[in-house]
Design a protein. Structure first.
Length: 253
């Protein structure tokens, strides 16, 4: 299935090689093949091969990255898996709630599911790369799943989601989105925007805005339109600035 080929499971700073191998096996069981690793502590390793029993092909094709940036660069959407809530993490949905939307996105776009460390999960900085977060419902007295168990459950829910949503057009990559958002942020700063209210802060507001736009799924056509709007705003700002200087110069004569 093409949509499964468009979906990558990305493991960050995995400490135990067995979790890498068991994750590869879980993906193979459910028809997925893209396993990507960011700074794995022990890979390649014989132990990973033992746990990957029957999924050695998935394991051998695993892509290893030195840090997160190149892993998400060409993804159109990044979704983070977490058990920790917090306002800095944005909206969090149960994996079953989000599965249909993720599958729809993967029909025509590269999607990454991001899993954090066995002991600490994802950092807030890594969560900032995600359009939204998903979690696996669990008993409150023991809410943390083993990493490979979490991969298995997410893969299972995605495989068996009812699929009725259609994605109308491919959306821009994470790299293109970052450039677009940086430009928007610069324009807002030039325009003098600043958050209002005691509980607001610039970084928090911008993180929320970034997630809001990312969830909308900006297409190539929409990105070109936005860049065009930004260019006109920049030109208008430059023109008014030079005009103001000319007016000031005339008034001094």
């Amino acid at each position: 299935m093409k949509w499964k080929d468009n979906l990558s499971f990305i493991l960050v700073d995995t400490r135990e090689a067995g979790n890498i191998g068991a994750s590869a096996r879980a993906l193979k069981n459910l028809g997925f093949s893209r396993l990507e690793l960011v700074r794995p502590k022990k890979f390649p390793s014989e132990e990973a091969g033992w746990f990957a029993h029957g999924a050695e092909d998935v394991l051998s094709r695993a892509i290893v990255y030195p840090d997160l940036a190149p892993a998400v660069k060409k993804k159109s959407v990044v979704v983070g898996a977490t058990r920790r809530a917090g306002k800095k993490r944005g909206p969090i949905y149960s994996v079953r709630e989000a599965a249909e939307s993720i599958r729809a996105l993967a029909e025509k776009n590269r999607v990454g599911i991001l899993f954090g460390r066995e002991d600490r999960g994802l950092t807030n900085e890594e969560a900032d790369e995600c359009a939204f977060m998903i979690s696996i419902p669990a008993a409150p007295e023991n809410p943390s799943f083993n990493l490979s168990q979490a991969v298995l459950i997410v893969a299972y829910e995605l495989s068996y989601a009812n699929f009725t949503i259609s994605q109308p057009a491919p959306i821009i990559t994470n790299e293109e989105f970052s450039l677009l958002f940086q430009r928007l942020r610069l324009i807002m700063k030039t325009a003098g925007y600043s958050p209002k209210g005691i509980r607001d802060d610039e970084e928090g507001v911008m993180a929320d805005l970034k997630r809001l736009i990312a969830r909308a799924g900006v297409t190539q056509r929409e990105a070109r339109m936005l860049h065009g709007i930004f260019s006109q705003i920049e030109e208008a700002g430059a023109g008014s600035g030079s005009g103001a200087k000319r007016a000031k110069g005339r008034s001094l004569k």
